[in-house]
Every structure is written in structure tokens, then in C-alpha cells.
Design a protein around this ligand. Sequence first.
Ligand code: ADP
Length: 447
Amino acid sequence: MIKKILIANRGEIALRISRACKELGIKSVSIHSEADKFSLHRKFADEDICIGASSAKDTYLNIPKIIAAALITGADAIHPGYGFLAENGQFAEICEKNKIKFIGPTRKMIELMGDKAMARKTMIEIGVPVVPGTEGIVDDIATAKKEAKRIKYPVIMKATAGGGGKGMRIAQNEKELEELFPIAQAEAKANFGNPGIYIEKYIEHPHHIEFQILADKFGNAIHLGERDCSIQRRHQKLIEETPSPFMTPQLREKMGEIAVKAVKHINYEGVGTVEFLVDKDRNFYFMEMNTRIQVEHTITEEVTRINLIKKQILAAMGEKLSYKQSDINFMGHAFECRINAEDPYSDFAPSPGKIESLHFPAGLGVRVDSHIYAGYDIPPFYDSLIAKLVVWAYDRDEAIKRMQRCLDEIVIEGIKTTVPFHKQVFKDKRFIAGTFDTHFLNDFKMK
Ligand code: ADP
């Protein structure tokens, strides 16, 4: 049994988790930095504890402080949310050593899937198609050149410990590879503490399609359909939708089956996401697995009506999965717009500061997950996501119209946000036609 959960995160996801706890009758404890003193996430938890000043390193990434907070408040589990320590195997292990249930997979599992080169190897072993690439880490430029020649240009260099769209470099030819390989290594070391780089074929004009997985400790696993996350800027997702306009029923069945086979093979438990790239001919390749809840889980909840955070907590409590694959009914279409405190007219520069006035849209099929309010001062220290605007409707056309309506209704004054960007995308002919891929934003200009 889990009676009290410490939420090792902040912002909208911390709020989202405390809401799930409340509905499950579980007490929640929030942690916050001094800079987050006025954040809503701490107001709605049952208990709340300050763990440091402002930097993430001193607070939301500080394992000893978080464990101490859990022990002091008597929390018997920790939910890591996404980002911060969510895919830190050492943290998962330290929780377990302190007899605190980590709501997520074991250290072994996190490391198996979190290391991208290792995850590739595992998928190859069980026959899952992966992007053509090196078998593991490439240490030196001579090997990199030899491998890139074999894989054929263009190639992409990726940090094995990378994430969040960071740590990737594309080389069109050998000259670029020579130039960029040492830079990629140095960046990987600086950003992720691990210089390991592997090389993949750069798939041109791919679609980013991922499958949501739900699994229990008894070896049962199902998928909850796909999410199309092809609307990206510098490899970072901005808009997600389900179902994907690029998907066919046959492809969904095939990719879903493979995603489930992969998680069953590694005895995965809880929620997770298997990410694929799909090329223009609908060939698909495994890219990576995320062993945590993702920002965009909301759209899957909208079309399945399954509360993923609740299911994640229940799976951690050892509950058997209550559905079979055939029980899952998908209904309608959902979109998510990530509203960031960034200025789309100024190369998406961060725009922290005080929110002078605020109005969120509402109505049938509208959901806003957010921790902001009028008068709230957005601290400059963390992620710029301030709200997730999610709409559901019977079909894609109606969902687009609903999102357009919501984007017109939303008012966030005092700071710059990505709302004007979303408005423009939702009026774009190619987007409306559903004929976009991950390169959609390459030549996109704000009007
Ligand atoms: P992260 O873990 O940092 O999010 P991913 O491996 O999920 O990184 O890749 C993020 C995005 O980068 C993908 O959605 C895709 O747009 C692009 N990308 C990654 N690998 C390739 C590849 N081999 N070819 C083309 N694009 C790629």
C-alpha cells in the first residue's frame, strides 16, 4: 500500500500528480525551492516542504535533500514526474534502499533503456527495426568516419545520455563529420556528464510517432495508441496529436504490437513510451524508450479516458492491469499545445516575469494543465512550460476549430508566450491538411 507520495517535481506536472493522489485517497507532499515559493503546485498538496534556494542542482535535482524530505514527512513513495530525476537510475535505487517506493521502473530498467546506445542493442536483439547505425559508442574520429561511410550520409551524432532534443548534430558529409564529431563529444560531456556518442542514419523528412505503454508486474502489457509529435523546433516538441494523421490502421496495429513486444521482453512495469521515426514510405524505426510519464500523456488520456498518472501509481502498488488490449476504445481526436514563456518573435527567447492578467479558455472538450495564475511571477531558473492547452473533439477538423477558438480566448498578459505561434500553426494549410513531418518548422516564419 502507498499512503503518502512525495512529488519530486514542480509546476504543472507536480499539480497533476497531486490531483491524481487526491482522487486515489493518497496524501501528497510537495517540495519547492525558495524561488517557487508562490507556485501553485505547493498549495494543493497536503504537505509542503522547502528544500533549498533556487538552482535545480540545489533543489529538484538534489537527491539527499529529496530523500530527507521524504523521510521527515513519512512519505512511503516518490513520484518523479518528468525531467529532473525521472530517469536517474541511481535516484530510483536510493529510494528503494531507503524503503521508499520509486514510482517508475528499477535502476536496471532505467539504465537499460535510458542509455540510448544500449537500448538500440536490446531492440536489435529482439528483432525490432532500428535506425541503421553504429552498434554502440564511437570513441574516435577514424572509427566515426568509417562508420558514417558504411551507414551513408547524412548521419546524425547522438549523445548516448542525451534527452530533451539536446545533444544531436547532423553531418551531410565527411568534412562536416570531422568538424562536428569532437564538438558533439564535448557537448555531450558538458551537458550530460557522458561524452559517449553513437551515429545513426539521418532519416530525412521523418514523422515522430510514439506509443504509450501500460504494463504491470505480472507481465501484462498493452498500448494506448500513438501520439504524433512531429511539430518540433530544434528537436523539441511543441504540438502533439492523436491519432496521427499519417497513421493507417494496419501500421498502428503493427507498430503497437512491436512496442508491446519490446516492453514485455524487458519485463517493463508501469507507464512508458516507445518512440519511433517513420519515413515517408511508412518504414518505421525504433528511436528510444522513455521510462517515465511524458508531458504529452494528456492527449492519450483524452482519447482513451484512462487516467495515466493514477494507473502509474496503481501499477507501482502492484495492482494487476485491469484492461486487455481489446478493451481499449479510442474515441475522437486530441491536440496539445505547449504554452511556453518564450517569445516566438524573438527566436523563442525565454520570457520569465510577472503575469499581470490571465484568462484560460474552457468549454466542452477543453483542458488546461497549468500552475500559473494572475499575479504569479515565473522564475527564470526552470523549464519555460507554463501551460498545456489540450482539446478533444469527435474528429480532427472539429478539434482544429476548437483549438483555434481556445487560442483566441486565452489571455496571458505581462510576459511573452508561444500562443501567437500556435495560432499561426493552427491556421497553416499544411498543418490543417495533416501533411507535415518533423521538418515542418524549418522554414516557418512568424507573421
Ligand atoms: P531526445 O531524447 O533528446 O528527445 P530523440 O532521440 O527522441 O531525442 O530525438 C528527438 C528528435 O530528433 C526526433 O523526434 C527527430 O525529429 C530527431 N531525430 C532523432 N534521430 C533522428 C534520425 N536518425 N533521423 C532524423 N531525425 C532524427
